[in-house]
Design a protein around this ligand. Structure first.
Ligand code: SF4
Length: 64
C-alpha cells in the first residue's frame, strides 16, 4: 500500500497520529505527515481505521 496525506485538507485534528503512531506524525504546524519510510503502512492493521477517523478525508491509501 501507499499512504498519502493531503496537507491542504488536513486540519491537524491528530486522529491519525493517535490511531497509528507508528505511521503518522504531526509536523511543527500540527499537520499530519507520514513518517519517513512508512509510506507502505509498515504492516499496521489500523491504517484503514485512521483513514476512517480523519474528519476531513485527508488520508488516501492506494493498494499496490
Ligand atoms: S486525522 Fe486527518 S485532519 Fe487529523 S491530523 Fe490526521 S490527516 Fe490531519
Amino acid at each position: 500500500m501507499r499512504i498519502q496525506v493531503d496537507k491542504d485538507r488536513c486540519m491537524g485534528a491528530g486522529m491519525c497520529a493517535l490511531t497509528v503512531p507508528g505511521v503518522f506524525t504531526q509536523d511543527d504546524d500540527g499537520l499530519s505527515e507520514v513518517l519517513p519510510g512508512r509510506e507502505d503502512g509498515a504492516g499496521e492493521p489500523l491504517v484503514h481505521e485512521a483513514v476512517r477517523a480523519c474528519p476531513v478525508q485527508a488520508i488516501t491509501v492506494e493498494e499496490t
